[in-house]
Design a protein. Structure first.
Length: 135
């Protein structure tokens, strides 16, 4: 039985990403495996019962050569939606941190409020109060 899906992202500067995601979006570091020359071999970040995994580009492994950051890919190939009770507070935090705001905070047509932004390496995040699991 499928329990959950945990997105895995790659960053040029994964250490800076861990710090930024923590200070701006409130992710907590659950596991951090340092690599050589300041690289991050593996990190697990949590926010409530949500988890993402990330690492530095250039790790060894069968699929690692396939990973690109959005700037290398020429755009995005995925985006993340994170349910939150207070998207307005996260919006202010993202704006204060200089995130590239793609969609200002607004009332979502299917309920709740949301906004979309890019992190410093171009990954796209949407935070909203609309719970897609709610019936």
């Amino acid at each position: 039985m499928l329990k959950t899906i945990v997105p895995a992202l790659r960053y040029r500067d994964a250490g800076a990403a861990v710090a930024w995601l923590g200070s701006v979006f409130g992710f907590e570091t659950r596991l951090l495996v340092p690599g050589q020359d300041g690289a991050i071999e593996h990190a697990r970040l949590t926010r409530g019962d949500t988890m993402i995994m990330l690492a530095s580009l250039g790790r060894k492994g069968a699929i690692e050569a396939l990973f690109q950051v959005p700037a290398e890919a020429g755009g995005i190939t995925q985006s993340l939606y994170v349910h939150t009770e207070d998207p307005d507070a996260l919006y202010q935090s993202a704006k204060s941190a200089g995130a590239d705001i793609l969609e200002d905070i607004h009332d979502f047509e299917f309920g709740g409020r949301m906004f979309t932004c890019r992190d410093p390496e171009g990954h796209v995040w949407t935070f909203g109060s609309n719970d897609p699991w709610a019936t």
